[in-house]
Design a protein around this ligand. Structure first.
Ligand code: 6LW
Length: 511
């Protein structure tokens, strides 16, 4: 049975909580930058900045214009943007990533300021797979390495490839899914870091080294250099890593992991999160320290965490970087300019069960939290949802004077409860808490409560639902929960949205 989760520590791991998988990191001077996958959400590829590797502030999204990212309306969840690599070379940031949707492929964008703007995409159709990595030799030759693991020479400024892709090294015998390659020149060797075992409980990180970027590669005798498979560590599925060296010469690994909760087999609900681990070197091989919830002392002072902005009043012309919309964000369906100080969402038909419902939200980043929003649905139907995908979500919505709590799990969809409310704007609330103790082997990971706030501030609960149905172990896929506002009929307007951690960790970035 999985070990019970501990509450979120402060400061500590995960360093970027919530659905932020496949981290790729680079450093320029004293500044670190990190990019993650984003799948079916727009804008794509969230970008973070840090001075201490622990506190990260989202500074933008690399793919934030429709010319850079088009996701077909019918694309199911967990399609779209997979696994970027972020590097700094020759005075510019280079980001290579795969758009796995129809009409997509591997693309490169560049920027001088990682906060943007990023260039239009340079397509690289000759790159033969997902999880692309870029590395340069001293003479400027650039290699692109992909899952499998294979490699091709590439001109990243044109996307043109040269020669046929060649196989490098596929990890340990029998391990599935050799992927997430990153190639580095460190000292006298070229190191090929990969993930293997799949992104589930068998996940791990292995490494090999060679004298040239094309190999041959000699596997590390201590492989996998990181895995939590078969352990009761509170962080599971550890893998998909990237290495970075601090300005003081110390080495660090960023990686993805999950925090399963509840009984057996354990359900993780926040998606794959970004963790940090120290790295030392023995005999020219990296040794990964513990992926500890409470991080060890760092060799530099911690910088202050990002400013806490729990409430978004929608008082800017656009939306802050952490807001993500499903597949696209055309102004006619999602805008803060139509009624200043409000987010206006205009439905394009469909319900939350459709892949292209009009939905804008933020990642759930805390195991326990509360989100509330003031909605005016006089001209339609809108609400507040905890969304894993189109087949797994819980929502509280208002239409006229009726509030409904709705649950969708797999092919079952139910209106769980309804309540009459006076005409006019209403505050909808979602509160997520750990399940009551005692826990048993069948206890779910959390409880999702859907309610309406009364004028005196108390919340009337319409439904309290087992959170396991909004977990990756039930729903499948690569994402995590996103809490957000939606419109399914006419127009719904939202005056504010606030998100409050309830588990003691307060410094995570908020929109
Ligand atoms: C990604 C692969 C992986 O392409 O999951 O955990 C896939 N690793 O490297 C989707 O994130």
């Amino acid at each position: 049975m999985p070990a019970p989760r501990r509450p979120d520590p402060r400061p500590g791991n995960p360093v970027i909580p919530g659905f932020h998988p496949d981290p790729s990191v680079c450093r320029v001077g004293d500044d670190y930058y990190l990019a993650c996958s984003s799948f079916e959400y727009f804008p794509g590829v969230p970008l973070f900045h840090s001075r201490d590797l622990v506190h990260w502030t989202q500074i933008g999204n690399a793919l934030d214009r429709p010319e850079q990212l088009r996701l077909p309306p019918s694309m199911p969840s967990s399609g779209g943007i997979y696994a970027p690599t972020l590097r700094h070379h020759d005075g510019r940031f280079w980001l290579v990533v795969t758009n796995c949707s129809e009409g997509g492929g591997n693309l490169i964008v560049t920027a001088t300021d990682p906060a943007g703007p990023w260039s239009d995409p340079i397509w690289a159709p000759g790159v033969p797979g997902i999880d692309p990595d870029l590395v340069w030799e001293e003479d400027g030759t650039c290699w692109c390495t992909v899952a499998g693991v294979s490699q091709v020479r590439l001109d990243p400024s044109t996307g043109r490839t040269y020669g046929t892709p060649h196989r490098l090294w596929s990890g340990g015998p029998g391990a599935k899914a050799p992927e997430a390659p990153h190639l580095y020149r460190i000292g006298d060797y070229w190191y090929l870091l990969i993930a293997e075992g799949g992104t589930e409980r068998g996940h791990g990180v292995s490494i090999a080294r060679g004298r040239t970027p094309a190999g041959p590669f000699e596997p590390c005798p201590a492989n996998p250099i990181l895995t939590h498979r078969g352990t009761d560590h509170p962080v599971q599925n550890t893998g998909h890593a990237d290495l970075v060296q601090g300005p003081d010469g110390s080495w660090w690994m960023v990686l993805l992991g999950v925090r399963p909760g509840g009984g057996t087999p354990g359900w993780h609900v926040l998606g794959r999160e970004t963790f940090l681990a120290p790295v030392t070197w023995v005999d020219a091989w990296p040794v990964v320290g513990e992926v500890a919830l409470d991080l060890p002392e760092l060799p530099w002072p911690l910088s202050p965490g990002p400013a806490e902005e729990r409430r978004d009043d929608f008082d800017l012309a656009g939306l802050r970087p952490p807001w993500i919309s499903l597949r696209d964000r055309p102004a006619e369906h999602c805008t803060t300019e139509e009624r200043p100080g409000w987010l206006t969402l205009r439905a394009r038909g469909g319900s939350l069960d459709e892949p292209d419902v009009v939905f804008t939200g933020r990642r759930q980043q805390h195991l326990a939290c509360r989100a509330r929003t003031l909605v005016d649905a006089a001209e339609g139907c809108g609400g507040l949802a905890v969304r894993l995908d189109e087949r797994h979500h819980y929502a509280i919505e208002v239409s006229g004077t009726e509030v409904r709590a709705v649950a969708r799990a797999g092919s079952l969809r139910t209106v769980v409860a309804t309540r009459s409310v006076p005409a006019g704007p209403v505050v909808l609330a979602v509160t997520i808490t750990e399940p009551p103790t005692p826990h048993g082997p069948c206890t779910g990971p959390d409880v999702v409560s859907l309610g309406v706030e009364q004028p005196d501030g108390t919340i009337t609960e319409l439904a309290a639902l087992d959170g396991r149905y909004l977990s990756t172990e039930v729903a499948g896929g690569f994402t995590g929960r996103v809490i957000g506002m939606y419109a399914t009929e006419g127009t719904a307007r939202f005056d504010w949205f606030d998100y409050e951690p309830l588990d003691g960790r307060t410094e995570a970035p908020s929109p």
